[in-house]
Design a protein around this ligand. Structure first.
Ligand SMILES: [Zn+2]
Length: 191
């Protein structure tokens, strides 16, 4: 540390050898010291910005989690939960499709259960028709064999089979004949 000594050191900034008066001198001169300082400041700013970005991202995730765990949601929260616009939520409320609590003149709250019920109600028609289709017995009296079906639809054998497969039309085997219901073929023809 004495100023009487001279040592050869390597500049931390430019990497050149230089003669230093102390054993802890880090830079060859003022210029390298300044440049290195500036560089470190820049890196600090970048890392700070990255930290901020990271924390914003984490907060976002947190916020979505909070909305999904709320028991009562305002229209904005509901929009976030349903991933739709606030305008659409208001439409649902005004049309009576989604029930709400009128807390004050301007404040509406939506029970999470109402939202879940509304979503389930959207599911119901699909489930019902599926069940009905499976429950209804095959109507053999109003069915056509495959060759009759070909004539009826005007489709080739190949086209008919692929249309049956594509539309999940059920078939019924009776002896060596395969039947399809005429009503299903009518549906096919109107498509
Ligand atoms: Zn240097």
């Amino acid at each position: 540390m004495s100023s009487n000594i001279t040592v050869i050191r390597v500049c931390e900034h430019c990497g050149n050898d230089f003669t230093a008066r102390t054993t802890v001198t880090r830079f060859c001169g003022d210029l390298c010291a300044k440049r290195n300082y500036k560089q470190r400041q820049k890196e600090k700013k970048i890392s700070q910005s990255n930290k901020e970005t990271e924390s914003i991202k984490q907060n976002k995730v947190k916020f979505i989690k909070d909305v999904s765990n709320l028991e009562f949601l305002n229209p904005s929260d509901t929009a976030k939960l349903l991933q739709c616009s606030r305008v659409y939520v208001y439409k649902l409320l005004d049309s009576g499709k989604l029930s709400f609590i009128q807390l004050s003149e301007k404040k509406r709250l939506i029970n999470r259960k109402s939202i879940d019920n509304y979503l389930l109600s959207l599911h119901k028609p699909i489930i019902k028709t599926e069940i009905l289709q499976f429950e209804k017995p095959f109507d053999i009296n109003n069915s056509l064999s495959m060759s009759e079906a070909q004539q009826y639809t005007g489709l080739s054998e190949k086209a008919l089979y692929s249309a049956i497969k594509r539309n999940n039309i059920r078939k019924h085997q009776s002896g060596k004949y395969v039947f399809v219901e005429k009503v299903e073929l009518d549906k096919l023809l109107t498509k």
